[in-house]
Design a protein around this ligand. Structure first.
Ligand SMILES: Cc1cc2nc3c(=O)[nH]c(=O)nc-3n(C[C@H](O)[C@H](O)[C@H](O)COP(=O)(O)O)c2cc1C
Length: 203
């Protein structure tokens, strides 16, 4: 797979000139290590083609009964983007959203009949899983293109709804910040394999 080199690929602080147009071979296992929550962004704006590529990755995500219960609202107009940032920053959380040049507000759309009926029968809310998967694909595609993201769950949903004229019946599960990273790639802190997995039985 040929792809863009990230600004801080493999911990190297590459110059901006080098960062976007050097092609590397990166396989999936490298990509998932490279993707991380980015909370420091450069002021470089994000090319629309790259944002569209991320949207396409989300569009192709799997969902229960292929319901695709999501709408991604890209906010890249600077003043409006800062008003979205206002809705995410409180109690010391998410101040970095003012730095990010793009915020993507993800709206939960009505799932299709089979998905909602199936969910009722099985006592599961499939659309919540669906939207998480789509956002995961968006963020991985962004990482492949040399962009940083942070998934944001802490925000004032009512204010976002008013700001973007979103119907009050619609939930807004998550927002994604997007931009060029100013953060070196860090090692992941995760539970060890023997804690997070089992073979053939729970215990
Ligand atoms: C559902 C969800 C909500 C999150 N909300 C926030 C948030 O509001 N603010 C923030 O800084 N990070 C948020 N994060 C990012 C997590 O803190 C981060 O993914 C986790 O610590 C693992 O780090 P990594 O993404 O760098 O691998 C959220 C992540 C998820 C999946």
């Amino acid at each position: 797979m040929l792809l863009f080199k990230s600004l801080y690929y493999n911990g190297q602080n590459l110059s901006r000139k080098d960062s976007s147009f050097v092609y590397l071979r990166m396989d999936f296992s490298e990509l998932i290590k490279l993707r991380q929550s980015v909370r420091q962004y450069s002021d470089r704006s994000v090319e629309r083609e790259k944002i569209i590529a991320c949207l396409e990755a989300a569009r192709l995500a799997p969902s229960a009964n292929n319901s695709q219960p999501w709408k991604f609202i890209v906010v890249d107009e600077p003043e409006l983007k800062n008003r979205v940032a206002d809705c995410t920053a409180s109690l010391g959380m998410n101040k970095f959203t003012y730095q990010a040049p793009v915020m993507v507000v993800v709206v939960l759309e009505k799932e299709n009949l089979f998905s909602s009926l199936g969910g009722k029968v099985k006592d599961k809310i499939f659309c919540h899983y669906d939207v998480g998967l789509a956002i995961g694909q968006f963020c991985l595609q962004a990482a492949e293109l040399g962009l940083g993201t942070c998934i944001i769950g802490w925000f004032d949903e009512k204010k976002i709804r008013e700001l973007l004229n979103i119907n009050r019946k619609r939930r807004i599960p998550l927002i994604i910040s997007l931009g060029y990273s100013e953060t070196p790639v860090k090692a992941k802190k995760r539970k060890p394999m023997d804690e997070m997995s089992r073979w053939n039985a729970y215990n």
